[in-house]
Design a binder for this molecule. Structure first.
Ligand code: BMA
Length: 351
């Protein structure tokens, strides 16, 4: 395994105030991250649960997207099946509900390794397709504008939406760009062959394939086509699931893309462990994998192994510092960690 130069827990749920008095923050994780002229901006997924407890009932939060606040549906416990810490299944309908709901929050950092002070801008679900929450944002700077792809969860399914901003104070919403079920969408920072590019992760109800990462192209960032699979999970560590993690960054060896994998096998119970792997994609033909570097992160720090969902390292942001890169990961679906690698180690190790 490539040595980590450093690992640090950057943000915990207790660092953030809840968005409402009747909610508790239970997760501050899976952040989109970008370096700006004013320092590093992290767009954090903030997960909240109802503070109240009603014995014999389970509280399932959702957003009233018109009024912009969270309401909780209380269901008798016997009407639901407890799947895992993240979801329950409603017996009558067979449909899933989340046990927490997420919004996005701007957190600033002067150097990417410590937190800064200042007003924290909140992005609350405000569209039907976000009624169960906004999750796992990724940020990509394209032509002087920051584009944010995020997972939009609702009774319509799990889809990916696009928003953009110039200053992380005001945001423009561009709607859904990948319909259910598709998540883990990351944009490339440059056009190639006059087309924008994205990695995405379609999930089918009928299992004909192993988990796969796909590439798509677009003339305008809104309409996507030219879909093709580029990576199929084959290793023990990623056989359960794979998905793009951090937006690809240009290096002399190719597009460096860090992705996540889950090791849950067909026969395993529980959620399985999540780790990170490394891909180098050809600079001019990113549908071609130049080098598959294998796994680079396993949950090893205490905060990666213990939390709401134990044993999860989920990479979502990257900053290239020249000699080293900082990789930002959600850890155990609870906190945000940052891991530093020497760039040359990542590029050489994958050869
Ligand atoms: C994935 C996503 C992430 C989450 C991870 C571990 O499928 O839902 O948001 O961090 O599982 O629970």
């Amino acid at each position: 395994m490539i040595p980590r130069l450093s690992s640090r827990c950057l943000l915990r749920p207790e660092d953030l105030a809840p968005s409402q008095d009747d909610l508790s923050v239970v997760g501050a994780f899976n952040p989109g991250v970008v370096a700006t002229a004013e320092g590093v901006v992290l767009l954090i997924r903030v997960a909240e649960t109802p503070r109240q407890v009603h014995t014999g009932y389970v509280g399932l939060p959702r957003w009233d997207v018109v009024r912009g606040h969270v309401i909780t549906d209380w269901l008798p416990e016997q009407e639901v099946v407890f799947n895992d810490a993240r979801v329950v299944k409603i017996r009558k309908t067979g449909l899933l509900r989340l046990t927490s709901t997420s919004h996005l929050r701007v957190v600033r950092s002067p150097d990417g390794r410590s937190l800064g002070a200042g007003e924290l801008q909140i992005l609350r679900p405000s569209h039907d397709y976000e009624a169960y929450g906004m999750e796992d944002p990724r940020i990509c700077l394209i032509n002087d504008r920051f584009y944010i792809t995020y997972v939009a969860v609702s009774p319509h399914g799990v889809a990916t939406a696009l928003a953009s901003t110039q200053d992380f104070n005001s945001f423009q919403y561009h709607g859904l760009i990948f319909c259910p079920e598709n998540k883990d969408v990351v944009l490339f920072p440059e056009k190639i062959d006059d087309k924008y590019l994205a990695l995405h992760r379609p999930t089918a109800a009928h299992i004909f394939s192993r988990p796969e990462i796909w590439l798509a192209t677009s003339p305008d960032l809104l309409n996507w086509g030219g879909h093709q699979p580029i990576l199929s999970a084959t290793a023990a560590w990623d056989r359960g699931r794979i998905g793009a993690g951090t937006p690809p960054i240009r290096t002399f060896s190719g597009w460096l893309a860090i992705y996540h994998g889950n090791d849950k096998g067909e026969e395993d119970s529980g959620i399985g462990g999540y780790g990170a792997g490394l891909l180098l994609l050809d600079l001019d033909h990113p549908e071609k994998i130049s080098r598959a570097g294998g796994q680079i992160l396993v949950p090893e720090m205490e905060y990666e192994r213990q939390g709401l969902v134990p044993n999860v390292v989920f990479p979502t942001g990257i900053i290239n510092q020249g000699e080293t890169v900082l990789i930002y990961c959600g850890a155990a679906d609870t906190v945000t960690g940052v891991v530093e690698f020497r760039l040359s180690d990542l590029l050489e190790e994958s050869s």
